[in-house]
Design a protein around this ligand. Structure first.
Ligand SMILES: [Zn+2]
Length: 138
């Protein structure tokens, strides 16, 4: 993501996911176990904080392999499996604290988190941030 990247409507977030599917689905379609083409099986609704005061449910496509009886939910690189906030928000929070020297309290306030929440999460975010930044930049 570019710095200053911002999204103003949830529709734009959904469009970003559609773009991800269009680009990645051909490569993701074959089953990693048996290489048979998998079929789309509905979606999984996933809560996503995509702006400071905005949490919506995004529908993540699922692929099913009939032979292996497996189902995989397709996460774009900007949704981390165990984080509510989108990657661009984590990046903004990490940058505010680690680069711009903002306090944890200021940053927690900006994104509507509790101080305890950001305290518990910031270190793992800093750890994954460069890795995911590289992924998204591809
Ligand atoms: Zn399979």
């Amino acid at each position: 993501m570019q710095s200053g990247f911002s999204i103003t409507a949830f529709e734009a977030v959904c469009q970003l996911y559609t773009q991800f599917l269009v680009t990645m689905l051909p490569a993701l379609r074959p089953c990693p176990g048996c290489h048979a083409p998998r079929e789309i099986q509905g979606c999984r609704r996933r809560a996503l904080q995509w702006a400071a005061d905005q949490i919506d449910f995004i529908a993540l496509t699922r692929l099913r392999c009939r032979a292996c009886h497996t189902v995989e939910t397709l996460f774009p690189p900007w949704i981390l499996p165990y984080e509510l906030a989108a990657l661009w928000i984590l990046e903004a929070a990490v940058t505010a604290v680690a680069v711009d020297g903002h306090s944890l309290q200021q940053t927690a306030d900006r994104w509507h988190w509790s101080l305890a929440w950001i305290r518990a999460h910031l270190r793992p975010w800093i750890a994954v941030s460069p890795e995911f930044r590289a992924l998204v930049a591809q």
